[in-house]
Design a binder for this molecule. Structure first.
Ligand code: F6R
Length: 365
């Protein structure tokens, strides 16, 4: 049931500190600050030359974040694609490689077909699923469950952040096994992960401020989301969430792609949501923001105190998140992004939990 919340989506957004905590407890040892995966995995991280990931929609976007993590922490190249393209592309796969499929429901037809293709090619298939009795879970060689609990709202929220949590733990474990992370690196990363439930709770306290932004967004015919690095998949996720529940046309772009086309769209009617925790490429994102501001675009910036300081006057509104290690920003920044879509949709009056034309589980192609 919805408890005190108006919608399942609101309830599920607010459950995140707790369900991320449950999920983490399954994959990390908090006391030792190490990852903890089953000892009998049907693959060895050290033997892998690459990982292939396929999934749909929001689950695909969690995989896109994980690509950055696997490549950085484990120096393990990742090929990722949406399952509906992957399944027909007949990508050559070496036998004995690892494929990862990601699915909340575990019943998505295209993701299941991608899994079957990978198995037929001799790959070991690992599934990150929220429903352990699902078809995808049953047909996989190993499952890494997300412990998000049932997700009722059609728009995926808590399943997404739990998928990210599992994927972060896997990438760290892979890095440790492959010798690209030291024991000390692992401890620092796991320590950062263990802070996520608290950081997520702090992010939820931004809700009144974010609710205030809904009226800006609700009037806009279109919106643009920008980010770099792991904030780029988050920009795609922000745009997906906004369009599916508020029906406002939105696009997510890598900030560096702005000048290759989408900057032509910028005028005073265009809100531009920039996701940019302060990091080593923050300056690059600031210069993209200045390009938007110079053309009259209205910038809503999600950053931290340092980023707010460095960004100067470019943004019309800045939402300041707590400081956190770079590795966990995609998990925590997902929350205000979800809240922004949610409150915009509530302000407009759409059916948030059951948006038109959408189904929770897409069991047909
Ligand atoms: C978006 C959303 C969808 C699903 C996609 C995959 O909010 O919910 O994009 O993420 O249909 O579904 P699962 O994860 O069940 O395979």
């Amino acid at each position: 049931e919805k408890g005190n919340h108006r919608h399942f989506m609101a309830k599920e957004i607010h459950e995140q500190p707790e369900v991320i905590g449950h999920t983490l407890a399954r994959y990390v040892d908090f006391a030792a600050e190490t990852t903890r995966l089953p000892a009998d995995l049907p693959f060895d991280w050290r033997d892998l030359k690459r990982v292939v990931i396929s999934a749909c929609g929001t689950a695909y976007l969690s995989g896109l974040v994980a690509k950055y993590w696997f490549e950085r922490f484990a120096r393990l190249p990742v090929d990722i694609d949406i399952a509906s393209e992957f399944r027909y592309r007949e990508m050559p796969l070496d036998a004995d490689g690892l494929s990862i499929v990601i699915s909340q429901s575990g019943e998505t037809a295209d993701t299941l077909a991608a899994l079957r293709y990978c198995k037929a090619q001799g790959q070991t298939v690992a599934a990150i699923v929220n429903v352990p009795e699902s078809t995808i879970a049953r047909e996989s060689d190993v499952i890494f469950p997300t412990l998000a609990g049932p997700e009722i709202g059609v728009a995926s929220t808590k399943a997404f952040t739990c998928q990210l949590t599992v994927l972060a733990a896997l990438a760290i474990a892979a890095g440790r096994a492959r010798g690209t992370l030291s024991a000390e690196d692992e401890r620092a990363l796991v320590h950062g992960l263990s802070e996520v439930p608290r950081l997520a709770a702090e992010a939820l306290r931004l809700e009144p401020q974010i609710e205030g932004l809904a009226k800006i967004l609700a009037k806009a015919p279109d919106a643009l989301y920008l980010g770099r690095g792991t904030s780029y998949p988050l920009a795609l996720e922000g745009a997906l969430k906004l369009k599916e529940i508020s029906y406002i046309h939105a696009e997510g772009y890598a900030a560096g792609e702005l000048k290759h086309g989408p900057i032509a769209l910028i005028d005073e009617t265009m809100p531009v949501i920039v996701i940019a925790p302060y990091d080593r490429i923050f300056e690059k994102t600031v210069s993209n923001m200045q390009e938007v501001a110079a053309r009259g675009g209205r910038i809503i910036l999600f950053t931290d105190a340092r980023g707010a300081d460095e960004a100067g006057e470019a943004a019309e509104v800045t939402i300041v998140l707590p400081d956190m290690p770079a590795a966990v920003t995609p998990i925590v920044y997902a929350i205000p992004i979800q809240l922004l879509a949610y409150h915009t949709a509530v302000f407009i009056g759409t059916d948030v939990d059951q948006p038109r034309n959408l189904a929770k589980s897409v069991t047909v192609e």
